[in-house]
Design a protein. Structure first.
Ligand code: BEZ
Length: 254
C-alpha cells in the first residue's frame, strides 16, 4: 500500500526536532569536506541540510513532501520535491547523505539505484534509517488497534525497517562497497506525550479509522503504550533502532 503520510512543517518542528538533533553522528560519519557536492536525500525541513551547508558543502536537498521543501527553501536551501524512488541526477555528487528517510521508501532497490546513478565514481553513500525492530512496540500496538476494528493493520504499515543482511545485500547487489553497516538500538526520549509522535508519524494508520473515531483510536493506542514506554518520571521513551551505513561507489565498478 502507498503511504498516506503527510508532513506539516509546524507539527514536525514541535514533535520531531529531535530527529535532526540526533543526526550529528551521521554527519560525522559522512565527514563532509568543504566544497563537496552533496545530495541530502529526504531532507525534510532542511535542518541537517543547513548544517552541511554551514560546513562549506555545495548541498542539494530533495524530499517527497512539498510543504517540507517549502520550509527548506525558506532557509535559503537549494531544495526540490523528488521521490527517493525516482531520483533524477547523474554522476553529479561526491556524496549522498540520508537521515531518517529511507524507512519510508518501500522500493529500496529503486532508491539505491537512483543514488548510484546520482554519484560520481568514488562517491560516498552515508545513511541512517529505522532498522529491524524499530519502534516495534508502537508499530504492533497500532496494527493490533486497527485489527480489533476489523481493519488490515499490516497493509496500513508505511515502514520498511531492514536487517543488516538485507540492506547490505541490496547495496552490494547494486555494486556498492559497504565499509560499515550496523543496527544501533537507540531508546529515544520524546519531547512530549506519545500522542504528538503518533499524530506526526502514524498518519497512515490513523487515516484508516473513520474521522470521528480517530481521537478514541489515538487515546486507546496511547493508553496501551503507557506501561511499555513511559518511565517513572513520566517521560515517553520510544523504542527506536537505527540502521546506519557507509558505502562507496568504487572508482572501478564491476
Ligand atoms: C525513525 O526515524 O526510525 C522513524 C521515524 C518515524 C517513524 C518510524 C521510524
Amino acid at each position: 500500500m502507498t503511504s498516506t503520510q503527510t508532513w506539516d512543517p509546524e507539527r514536525y518542528a514541535k514533535n520531531a526536532r529531535f530527529v535532526a538533533d540526533l543526526g550529528m553522528p551521521l554527519v560525522e560519519l559522512l565527514a563532509p569536506r568543504q566544497g563537496e557536492r552533496i545530495l541530502d536525500l529526504g531532507c525534510g525541513d532542511g535542518a541537517l541540510t543547513m548544517k552541511l551547508a554551514a560546513m562549506g558543502c555545495d548541498v542539494v536537498g530533495v524530499d517527497s513532501s512539498a510543504p517540507q521543501i517549502e520550509a527548506a527553501r525558506k532557509l535559503g536551501l537549494d531544495a526540490w520535491v523528488m521521490s527517493a524512488e525516482a531520483l533524477n541526477y547523474e554522476n553529479e555528487f561526491d556524496a549522498v547523505f540520508s537521515n531518517a528517510a529511507l524507512h519510508w521508501v518501500k522500493r529500496a532497490d529503486d532508491a539505491i539505484a537512483g543514488v548510484w546513478r546520482a554519484q560520481k565514481l568514488g562517491g560516498r553513500f552515508v545513511g541512517e534509517m529505522g532498522g529491524f525492530g524499530c519502534i516495534e512496540k508502537i508499530r504492533s500496538t497500532l496494527i493490533a488497534a486497527l485489527e480489533r476494528r476489523g481493519l488490515d493493520g499490516k497493509a496500513a504499515d508505511p515502514w520498511y525497517f531492514p536487517t543488516v543482511e538485507d540492506y547490505r545485500a541490496r547495496l552490494e547487489r547494486r555494486g556498492f562497497r559497504v565499509d560499515y553497516i550496523a543496527l544501533i538500538p537507540r531508546p529515544t526520549p520524546l519531547p512530549g506525550d506519545v500522542t504528538g509522535w503518533l499524530e506526526t508519524f502514524a498518519e497512515s494508520f490513523i487515516k484508516c479509522v473513520d474521522e470521528r473515531e480517530r481521537p478514541t483510536f489515538i487515546a486507546e493506542v496511547r493508553d496501551e503504550l503507557a506501561p511499555k514506554l513511559r518511565d517513572a518520571s513520566g517521560t515517553w521513551i520510544a523504542d527506536y533502532v537505527r540502521l546506519r551505513f557507509s558505502a562507496v561507489k568504487p572508482l572501478d565498478p564491476q
